[in-house]
Design a protein. Structure first.
Length: 640
């Protein structure tokens, strides 16, 4: 796990090369070591202390190392092949590197290190782009091919590891985070379409676009080549997509047994490390399953878990954390952050995350990874992604209802509507209206949302500013055309919503030099789950994750598997912001807040006053606007 950055330059181009600044900027991603590569006209220079070569380089690779596998000098990067043809700068882990190394060894390849980096580089040399589908891991990397004179970039199947880039007439720059690209001179103008989607839906990280108009990200499961001789036009290609299919040749019990085997195999692979491994534990089904799977696989291993405990009786999951901690014989670490601590850390939190965030729950996650760092844990396992593939969120009940309606299974739909609304947080009106989102054409969602008081463009938004830039109010939940609406919705969330959560995971963990691993996110497990009948995921009585709950019987305490509520890292946001009332007004009254043309800060203040006085329920909009103000000020964002 590391931080990477790089630059491809037109020959003769004199470009600012703030190498030392960027290496220092990325120190948190890799405090253990660093290195650079400078390449020009067949000459490659590798080193730690940057001295600009006499001639302007065509390619620069930068690397910060967090040593997890092969802690020795032989794992240093940028790394090259023996013949000097290929060089790599790599962020991530390849969990099946042991098996790939053995296979490559049988083909005659020799290795100098015990690192997964060398295995990845050799796999690319042996198999080219075909190597990507053979990987089990999380990765973002760049490889220089000095013979073909191209830089090859790739990102893992789900976008667990980040890879941003910006393009100009004379250069192509890439990095693990936004900040190095700004050092390379990236344009700071805002992307109006993505800004609308963030303010309205809290999303900004999916596909290739970002909140800045000329900063992009390589989409998950894609790669591209940048020629050293030619234009820097980017043409990403996908090497994998979630396989949404249906199979009816497997019983529920067979499916649960097979899912258990795949999950345990994934957890075993994710435990490969030369440093201590811990686990995030919320007390929910996903994180509890990881902790108990580790105990099942490694009966004698010391397990450290890290949990956020809410200071709110309606949100706390301490009871469930204690059940798992006791059953797993774990050393349980508990964090109880306060509003005052959030305020003290707010500046660093928003800076570390690069982009505005969706809610205060991200601070709870931030505190968990800080506690892991303080306890000397360098690798953490986390349950991210399970809800998106196993239909864990409440709104997936509506998608299942929409499937039954689309398939004209009226009796099953009526029975499901009756039973599913017995689950906490769900009622018939919400279920029916949300199901209609999946069934009605997208254009029909605007009047429907107006009818239930959920305008797509709230009054505090400057609609004319967005309209002048070609952005009109639009829904994010697009209507599904497939008969299996639930599985189509799962596929969309994997590609559209999950990347936001993975960005938070990456930045929060790497802020404290901790590697976070997500065992649910391997293609084998995802493809298997998406092949199952929908009723295996959401049962006829509305039970979510039905097949996975069954798969973990005998490993995870029944009390956890039988939970009907869902809390996650929910924070007392209303309570926290109320405690910080004066600070909220202070931010909304900053000069920069009044200068941001996309919303009316005075209207947001009035909205907050109504919320504070109990006249209106808390919405996400106040937090999002606070974030946009902070982000604009910190990164000098331009609204032109």
């Amino acid at each position: 796990m590391c931080g990477i950055a790089g630059l491809v330059l037109k020959q003769g181009c004199d470009h600012k090369l703030p190498v030392r600044t960027i290496l220092e900027q990325m120190r948190h991603r890799g405090p253990d070591d660093h290195g650079f590569l400078a390449y020009s006209k067949g000459i490659t220079v590798l080193g730690r202390d940057w001295d600009t070569p006499e001639t302007n380089p065509e390619v620069v690779f930068l690397h910060r190392r967090l040593s997890i596998l092969d802690l020795s000098e032989t794992g240093w990067q940028p790394m090259g092949t023996r013949d000097g043809r290929y060089f790599i700068t790599f962020n991530g882990e390849i969990y099946n590197y042991v098996e790939l190394r053995a296979e490559l060894g049988r083909l005659g390849y020799e290795f100098r290190s015990q690192s997964d980096t060398e295995v990845l580089l050799t796999a690319y040399a042996a198999w080219g782009t075909n190597a990507l589908r053979r990987l089990v891991g999380m990765f973002a990397f760049a490889i220089l091919d000095t013979v073909r004179r191209v830089v090859f970039l790739a990102r893992d199947f789900f976008g667990i590891k980040p890879l941003y880039y910006t393009v100009s007439k004379d250069s192509f720059a890439f990095a693990s985070e936004l900040k190095p690209l700004l050092e390379f001179g990236a344009d700071r103008r805002v992307n109006a379409d993505r800004l609308f989607e963030y303010l309205r839906f809290g999303l900004c990280d999916y596909g290739s676009e970002t909140l800045l108009s000329n900063v992009f990200q390589l989409a998950s499961a894609s790669y591209m080549e940048i020629p050293l001789d030619g234009s820097f036009k980017t043409h990403p290609e996908f090497y994998w997509k979630p396989n949404v299919c249906s199979r009816n040749d497997i019983s529920f019990d067979e499916a649960s047994n097979q899912l258990r085997d795949i999950f345990l195999k994934s957890v075993r692979l994710h435990l490969r490390s030369d440093v201590a491994v811990g686990s995030a534990l919320s007390g929910g089904i996903d994180s509890s399953s990881i902790v108990m799977a580790v105990r099942h696989l490694e009966p004698k291993q010391e397990i450290h878990t890290f949990s956020y405990i809410a200071d709110d009786a309606t949100l706390t999951e301490e009871r469930w954390v204690d059940i798992v901690g006791s059953a797993g014989h774990a050393c349980v670490h508990k964090m109880r952050p306060t509003a005052e601590e959030l305020l003290a850390d707010f500046d660093h939190l928003t800076y570390a995350l690069d982009w505005p965030t969706g809610g205060t729950s991200l601070y709870a996650q931030y505190c968990v990874f800080r506690a892991a760092r303080d306890a000397g844990i360098k690798v953490m396992l986390d349950g991210q992604g399970a809800d998106e593939i196993l239909a864990g969120y409440r709104f997936f009940l509506a998608a299942r209802l929409a499937s039954l309606i689309r398939q004209r299974r009226w009796g099953d739909a009526g029975e499901f509507l009756q039973k599913a609304t017995h689950w906490p947080g769900m009622d018939k009106k919400t279920l029916i209206f949300t199901a209609s989102d999946y069934l009605l054409p997208t254009r029909a969602q605007v009047p429907l949302r107006r009818l239930i008081g959920k305008e797509l463009a709230p009054a505090w938004l400057n609609r004319s500013w967005f309209r002048r830039r070609g952005v009109s109010p639009h829904a994010f939940r697009y209507s599904a055309q497939e008969p299996e609406v639930l599985k189509e919705s799962l596929r969309r969330h994997l590609t559209d919503s999950l990347p936001n959560l993975l960005r938070y995971e990456d930045r929060n963990s790497m802020s404290f030099s901790v590697e976070s691993r997500v065992p649910f996110l391997i293609p084998e497990l995802v493809d298997f789950v998406l092949s199952l009948p929908e009723e295996y995921l959401v049962a006829p009585d509305g039970t979510s994750k039905a097949v996975f709950r069954q798969a973990m019987r005998g490993i995870v305490p029944d009390a956890i598997l039988d939970r009907r509520d869902k809390i996650g890292f929910a924070t007392p946001e209303r309570k926290w912001l109320s405690a910080l009332n004066s600070w909220v007004f202070q931010v909304l009254e900053r000069d920069v807040a009044r200068e941001i043309p996309v919303f009316d800060s005075a209207a947001i203040k009035r909205e907050w006053e109504c919320i504070e006085k109990g006249r209106r329920p808390l919405t996400e909009y106040v937090w999002r606007c606070l974030n946009v103000i902070q982000w604009t000020e910190r990164f000098a964002v331009q609204y032109v």
